[in-house]
Ligand binder design. Sequence first.
Ligand code: SAH
Ligand code: SF4
Ligand code: F3S
Length: 474
Amino acid sequence: MGEYALANIYQFRETDPKTAELLGLIGEIMNVRKRGERPLAYVHTYGCQQNVSDSEKIKGMLFTAGFDFTDDESEADFILFNTCAVREHAEDRVFGNVGALKNIKRRHPSVIIALCGCMMEQKSVSDRIYKSYPFVNLVFGTHSVSRFPQLLYDVLVNSKRIIDNDVEDNTIYENLPTLRDKNFKGFIPIMYGCDNFCSYCIVPYVRGRERSRESKAVIDEARSMIEAGYKEITLLGQNVNSYGKGLNEDITFAGLLREIDKIEGDYILRFMTSHPKDCTHELIDTIANSKHISKHLHLPFQSGSSRILKEMNRRYTREKYLDIIAYAKEKIDGLSLTSDVIVGFPGETYEDFLETLSLVKEVEYTSLYTFIYSRRPGTPAAKLPDVVTSEEKSKWFTELLKTQEKIAAERCASMVGSVERVLVEEVNEKNGLLSGRTSGNIIVEAPGDIELIGTFRDVKITEARNWILRGEFI
Ligand code: SAH
Ligand code: SF4
Ligand code: F3S
């Protein structure tokens, strides 16, 4: 891992002296503990790309302090779970997996166990961890990523438990090292937090207020990745369309995309997530006229019923959503659409659900992320009466899945015979085929040499297997 990691460590601005000093001290302490061997860290990330991006920063700091990484918890000297709070199921999994660490701690008492991420921003969670999981050494929230070296240092030196999750720090730290898993595709966060307060959603409470990075920082980071040979860049934010609000410069998200698109090179530019309420014609025109932006729009609609959308505080109607989709389809050749949808929001009736179903049929998404509503304490929707049984909601959910599977299969089948440009990403361990994605983010598999990984290749599509395409490299 050491050498590979070195090739991918990325530093946008030099680490500030205080952080660098702390990382050096952590390295010295671990070096003594490990008698000169490199200490090992196990980092597991739950949830969305925002968390993946935070983990890349934390791994960058660990690597700078001298750590290597392992996939085997039992040999790690430091274990970190970066957690997600978006649905109850996600939280249950984390509690289960944290519970299982007890045995590792018993066998290997010097291991440091840390938990961070969105779940840890909730006091009820940190209280429960403090009381019931005494083997956890460190808990920190999403606002404390830049403070991680100080926190780990304090744990190592003082051997006491630390909970650091009530920080209200909205500073954007540009000087943290980043360690990406791959050296040809990577994320760039362009903004943090969310101000939308959709009534079902916990994210604004655990990620804090919306704040954007300066455009120069983003553009410089993109340029340096492209110069380093990156072939795919994904710009990240909970609501990228409102990028730029609150900055001392006059820039929109579409403007930012146009600036990055000007950078010379062979790469594809992606972004997520767009919110329909501020998805402008300017943005769609920008995609249509760009050289590098993928012909893909991930535009979560959440519900096809305007009544439910209002209850969700989404601030658009079914009609407004469909207008944007119609404009995008008209302007962007070969557009691929994907979306998120929630089934069983409190008060949703079968009639409302049928509107969701009809919207899905009308838009014809290439893929859909489907969720059953999960009650999040502290959100406005958690107070609404929720009378539909979970059996009933599951039935609706299955109906939705079946409908979408059919649409995705038909869409994929219609691509047989075409030639697609694919960024080859990995080997599918199950069938030995190389796997990559089209501009529209559809998975394509083909037999080939692993040397192709990290390059763009043309693939002749020969077969559609539901929502996955098979083909041959030309
Ligand atoms: N900011 C992004 C999505 C963040 S969360 C956006 O607005 O599109 C990812 C998805 O999880 C959401 O789009 C939504 O479909 C789903 N989700 C969020 N809260 C949920 C909840 N309480 N129950 C079920 N699904 C939820
Ligand atoms: Fe949650 Fe809505 Fe913000 Fe997305 S836009 S993170 S769904 S509150
Ligand atoms: Fe989960 Fe936090 Fe993302 S709650 S979905 S990891 S912003």
